[in-house]
Design a protein around this ligand. Structure first.
Ligand SMILES: [Zn+2]
Ligand SMILES: [Zn+2]
Length: 345
């Protein structure tokens, strides 16, 4: 089959690779109908997350079940499914707490040997381990490119709002308006936020956040962002800050914008030592929650909200391309010319 592989930093290729085969009774094989290109794929593209050359990449997919192992119960051959970006066993210590993102046997699609050596979804076919945990049937009438968001981007946004323990009527600031941040604006709105401040420096992203009901704040105005949040909240700051960037400066801004006793949900990826004013967190008594999203736990609710039209990621899809155009798709995504690229095998 044909698949996109990582070759070297800045280089992906369309290659012929062996067809995946069922390996265990819990597995499924899925014919990919649509695969997303994600911000985290760029970490691989740049060589910051290392996968071996020739490894199939991609972790967002919708497709049709081609075959299932004998233990699989929740999906059947011929059904249209969305996959969560990683698998989970459902039986280990963490899965029994419902913390599927920490599964001791979890494997992430398309992230190389460090994350379970599971070939990715930017391919014609994909092997899905623990299919009962990893796959969900796509609600009738939902487009592939919408359903795909449940397995990663919208699930991560839902997680951020849940971790921020947002109550109806509270105020929120979302820092970083990539797909996750823009989806977080929608989820915060659905959760009853009275006021949503959306912070970024890209005009098109700020405009989209405004369309979704947020008050856009342009980061290139510098200190103006802090002042405008202070003014709008009676000098207190917001109840919940969602940090969807993953940089020290975004974390520091989050600490500034939160009110005393406020909550931070840090969903942007932090992998390195970083400096931020922790004294602010202490003096304000902030609650800070960080880490990978528990997408498997949220998937049913996210699909239900998208099926009802309460959440709608469709405006985020800016490019639809053939799998064979994958190398060009990565180049334009890397140039920040696309918000979400969908590849069709
Ligand atoms: Zn993703
Ligand atoms: Zn587990």
């Amino acid at each position: 089959m044909r698949a996109l592989t990582f070759e070297a930093p800045g280089q992906v290729a369309l290659r012929d690779v062996p067809d995946p085969q069922l390996q265990g009774p819990d597995d499924a094989l899925v014919a990919v109908g649509a695969a997303g290109v994600c911000g985290s794929d760029l970490h691989i593209y740049h060589g910051r997350v290392w996968v071996d050359p020739g490894f199939v990449i991609g972790h967002e997919l919708v497709g049709t079940v081609l075959a299932v192992g004998e233990s699989v119960r929740s999906v059947a051959v011929g059904e249209r499914v969305v996959a969560c970006f990683h698998s989970a066993c459902g039986r280990c210590f963490y899965c029994l707490q419902g913390e599927y993102q920490r599964c001791a046997h979890g494997r992430t699609f398309g992230h190389g040997s460090a994350l379970g050596n599971l070939p990715g979804a930017q391919a014609e076919r994909v092997l899905v381990p623990y299919a009962d945990m990893t796959l969900r049937r796509v609600p009738e009438g939902m487009a592939d490119e919408v359903a795909l968001f449940a397995g990663d981007v919208m699930g991560t946004a839902y997680h951020a709002v849940a971790e921020g323990r947002l109550q109806p009527g509270e105020s929120v600031a979302v820092l970083g308006l990539g797909p996750v941040g823009l989806c977080a604006v929608q989820v915060a709105r659905a959760a009853g936020a009275s006021r949503i401040f959306a912070v970024d420096s890209v005009a098109a992203r700020l405009q989209m956040a405004e369309r979704f009901g947020a008050q856009p704040l342009d980061l290139s105005e510098g200190e103006g962002v802090k002042e405008r949040v202070r003014e709008a909240t009676g000098a207190r700051g917001v109840d919940v800050v969602i940090e969807a960037v993953g940089s020290a400066s975004a974390l520091e801004l989050a600490l500034y914008l939160a009110r005393p006793g406020g909550r931070l949900a840090v969903i942007g990826v932090h992998a390195e030592r970083a400096e931020a004013h922790l004294g602010l967190a202490w003096i304000k008594g902030l609650s800070v929650r960080m880490g990978l999203a528990n997408v498997i736990a949220h998937c049913e609710r996210v699909l239900a909200l998208m099926a009802a039209g309460v959440l709608d990621p469709a405006p985020l899809v800016t490019h639809r391309m053939a799998l064979a155009e994958g190398p060009a798709a990565y180049e334009l995504f890397d140039r920040r010319e696309a918000l979400k690229v969908i590849l069709k095998p």
